[in-house]
Structure formats: structure tokens, C-alpha cells
Design a protein around this ligand. Sequence first.
Ligand code: NAP
Length: 213
Amino acid sequence: MACEDIWKPQPWFKRAFIANLVDLQDLGPSLLKPGKKQVLIRIHAAAYNYKDKLVVDHSPHYPFKAKVDLVPCLDGAGVVEEAGPCSIAAAVGATVIATSSSDDKLEVAKKLGANHLVNYRKSTDWATQVLQATDGTGVDLVVDVVGAASIEQSLKATRYGGAVVSVGLLSEDPTQKINIMQDVLFGAKTIQGMLGAGSMEQLSELARFMDKH
Ligand SMILES: NC(=O)c1ccc[n+]([C@@H]2O[C@H](COP(=O)([O-])OP(=O)(O)OC[C@H]3O[C@@H](n4cnc5c(N)ncnc54)[C@H](OP(=O)(O)O)[C@@H]3O)[C@@H](O)[C@H]2O)c1
């Protein structure tokens, strides 16, 4: 989803954002030697996102303290020069069902180890496809980056006792009404919010796993 779409409900916000772009500065040469427990990434393109804007403005919509000299860059595309790419879910032995609006992206997901591919633009009831791929059972875990516009489908795609991990809010209308209580209660399902890399323990576990693979 383009940032343009997210801003649609609040056109004044977009104007304010563009005005602030003149304050961006070149901070000189990049760090060439990664420190302990860091990786060196050669960035080819960087985005300045809606969330970056909320952070640097200390917006109450994103209540985290920003450092004084923070460089806002939530998203960048490039190459991790020391670690290289890795498909974690496939490597851990999970059966991966990837959803995308793009068949090209789905082909990439397949190369990275996805077992089933669902184009959610072509199949708007994508949860039914997930159920078909799992013999009607549903998946153990859905990672949901969209929120209001997808949570019903995410829960429907989840097995009895399974979980939806909510990591993002990309819906055009985050206030849209959702109908999930029956599915949560009678499916004994959990919705778990996840911020950042999780706990230190989970991060250490991930680092050990990456080291091994
Ligand atoms: N919890 C955390 O710690 C954490 C960390 C980082 C980011 N986030 C949040 O996670 C979200 C995703 O971040 P991102 O950088 O990956 O964003 P993104 O690049 O804009 O979006 C990721 C993908 O989500 C899919 N998508 C977008 N709108 C959709 C919709 N309405 N229905 C279904 N799929 C949709 C699109 O996939 P296709 O193009 O393949 O269709 C899009 O490329 C953001 O809200 C971000 O703030 C959270």
C-alpha cells in the first residue's frame, strides 16, 4: 500500500509531511565497520514512511521517545553484506502460506520456501484458500500486517486454538467495524500484538538460529 493511500482520510497531514522534508540533512559518510552484534547493510533505496513522521514528530499516535539525532528510516532496501538472506519460517520447518496482491512477489516467496501461494486481490476470501490448503483445519499462526481490513480473514484462516500475531496497521480505514468475537470465543483463538523483535530471550533465540543456518 502506498503511503498516499494511508493519508487519504487526513489530507492536512500529507501537506505537513511534505513541508518537513526540507529539514532532511546529509549526515556524511556511513559507518563502514559494524560493531559487535551489528550487521552492515548496503542500502540501495530508503523510504521515509508515515510512521517515521509520527516518531520524529513525537505524535501521540506513536507513543515512543525518539532520540535527538534520530535518522528516520523504518524501511530500506539493500543487501545485508555479512549475513545474506534467509527464509526463517521455512528454515524452522513451518509450512508457509504466503499471501500477496502480486503474482511476481508470490513467485519470489516460493523461491524463499513458501509451500502455498494465495493472491488476496484475486481471491478476496483468501481464508477459504488457506483452509483448503490445510484440509479445512486452518493454520497455527497468522502474521497480520493489515489490521481492521484483514483480521476477520486472518482469524478464519487460523485453526482452533491458534493465534493471530498483529504486527501492523495498514488498513485504509483503521476504525472500520469488525466482527471477530464469535471466531475468537468459539475457536479458542488468540490475538497477540507484537512490537519490535519481541523479548530479549526471543531475539537471542533468533540470533542463535541465524548463526546455525
Ligand atoms: N510491530 C512491529 O514491531 C512492526 C515493525 C515493522 C513494521 N510494522 C508495521 O507493519 C506494517 C507493515 O509494514 P511494512 O513496512 O511491511 O509495510 P508495507 O511494505 O507498506 O506493506 C507490506 C505489505 O502488506 C501488504 N498489504 C498492504 N495493504 C494490504 C491490505 N489492505 N490487505 C492485505 N495486504 C496488504 C502488501 O503486500 P503485497 O504488496 O504483497 O500485496 C504490502 O506490500 C506497518 O503497519 C508497519 O508500521 C510493525
